[in-house]
Write a protein that binds this ligand. Structure first.
Ligand code: PLP
Length: 446
């Protein structure tokens, strides 16, 4: 098979898979039966054996404008030829300034100071450090604690792992940030087959008051949550919950961080989940859809007051001892600017909002398919929870993932939960194709 760039895509037999230590992968299982992509375009991947695979996950929640966008490829190519790399420590080039202005324009009001990173994990850790820097700059040095949430995912660096609520990501590594607590997650068992957000459970946010009573609100620097938790299986917040978190954090001088690495850039039908829910955090993290997944890049938006406070606390010299060699990388910035232009020119956030009810009906049509224990959705996201096999949790999810791949459909599974988040360019016919394929898979699945 020869891919679009003219490289011959190694066939399974020819590929030496031994040296790549693959991330979040069952390396032994994968290498005994590799699934290799050769190319991608629009809504589809093509595998190394030439099979077209409908992408129901936008890669890893990131290819929101669809694959292999010419505009992004052209912008990247031009930028590498013109200015391949330039540092942003005490130096600059126009693109990250331009990109920061563009991003400030689509962030919730007041979140208009943008720090660049290379990933969602770096964005999470940057947001945590930013909140510590802010409190210290105000002379409020007693705030060192963070509050995250069970089943939260904030990437894999030490800060994000610590505030994250996934045991399997934390326990192997022993060392965690000190002084971190977790709220309960928001997925109750009472409501099944929930369409969108449901009322009645916002009091879960009051657990934060309990933690404040326990530790003293004056010791807590920030609370970090995903507005909709994605990685652990699509957990939709109860109506009013995020606003309640906002009210409690504001009352106690605690910063609220929304991790919008998944929810940003149209996933819920708006530029940000904050905009969708009408709840404004103090700090908002991004990555993934920022460059349509084409070049690694992340960003953190902070309230103007946070930036001003940190800057004003130092008479001269570096104000925030933090940054990355590739913060505001020219090629990543060019990719992001081209991506934002596509989102705007094609009205993709609005398109996602318009498709959301169609998506909701389609995914919920699977409620009577075999093994389906729960379905939940919001925007262009859906989680389909399968009943676990007796004594083998996760096995049915893995089997569903493999069967889907073999039938030309890319889904993502977390344990026994199928998570889907298609590119925002998906057509109604492709939505039907996804649910049709899923039903057929579930009907033959053990
Ligand atoms: N935060 C959230 C909410 C995510 O979903 C992810 C990745 O899925 C991350 C952070 C980590 O992003 P990255 O893998 O780019 O480091």
């Amino acid at each position: 098979v020869v891919d679009k760039s003219g490289h011959s895509a190694a066939t399974k037999a020819a590929l030496d898979t031994s040296h790549f230590w693959m991330p979040f992968t069952d390396n032994k299982a994968f290498k005994s039966n590799p699934r290799i992509f050769a190319s991608a375009e629009g809504m589809h991947y093509t595998s190394s054996d030439g099979t077209r695979i409908l992408d129901a996950t936008a890669g890893l929640w990131c290819v929101n404008a669809g694959h292999a966008r010419r505009e992004i490829a052209d912008a990247v190519t031009r930028q590498i030829a013109n200015l391949d790399y330039a540092p942003t420590f005490q130096l600059g080039h126009p693109l990250p300034f331009e990109l920061a202005s563009r991003l400030a324009g689509i962030m919730p009001d007041g979140l208009d100071r943008i720090f660049f990173t290379n990933s969602g994990s770096e964005s999470a850790d940057t947001a945590l450090k930013m909140s510590l820097a802010y409190h210290r700059a105000r002379g409020d040095t007693g705030r060192f604690r963070f509050v995250g949430r069970q089943r939260g995912y904030h990437g894999t660096n030490f800060g994000g792992t610590s505030v994250g609520g996934i045991g399997g990501n934390r326990s192997p590594f022993i060392t965690q940030l000190w002084g971190v607590d977790h709220l309960s997650h928001t997925q109750g068992n009472a409501v099944r087959f929930q369409r969108g957000m449901q009322p009645g459970n916002e009091a879960l946010a009051d657990e934060l008051e309990s933690l404040i009573a326990l530790h003293g609100g004056e010791t807590i620097a920030a609370v970090i949550v995903e507005p909709v938790a994605g990685s652990t299986g699509v957990l939709i917040p109860p109506q009013g919950y995020l606003q309640r978190l906002r009210d409690i954090t504001s009352k106690h001088g605690i910063l609220l961080i929304f991790d919008e690495v998944i929810t940003g850039f149209g996933r819920l039908g708006a530029a940000t989940a904050a905009g969708h829910f009408g709840v404004t955090p103090d700090i908002l993290t991004m990555a993934k859809g920022l460059t349509n997944g084409a070049i690694p890049m992340g960003a953190v938006a902070a309230r103007t007051g946070i930036y001003d406070t940190v800057l004003d606390s130092v008479q001269s010299g570096i104000e925030f001892f933090h940054g990355y060699t590739y913060s505001g990388h020219p090629v990543a910035s060019a990719a992001a600017l081209a991506t934002l232009k596509i989102y705007e020119d094609e009205g993709l956030f609005q398109r996602a909002a318009a498709l959301a009810p169609v998506w909701e009906d389609a995914v919920h049509s699977l409620h009577d398919a075999p093994h389906v224990a729960d379905i939940r959705n919001l925007g262009l996201v859906a989680g389909i929870e399968l009943a676990p096999r007796e004594g083998a949790p996760g096995a049915r999810g893995t089997a569903a993932f493999q069967a889907a791949f073999e039938s030309g459909l890319l889904i993502r599974t977390t344990g026994d939960i199928i998570a889907m988040s298609p590119p925002l360019i998906i057509s109604e016919a492709q939505i039907e194709e996804i649910t049709g394929k899923l039903r057929a898979i579930l009907e033959t699945l053990r």
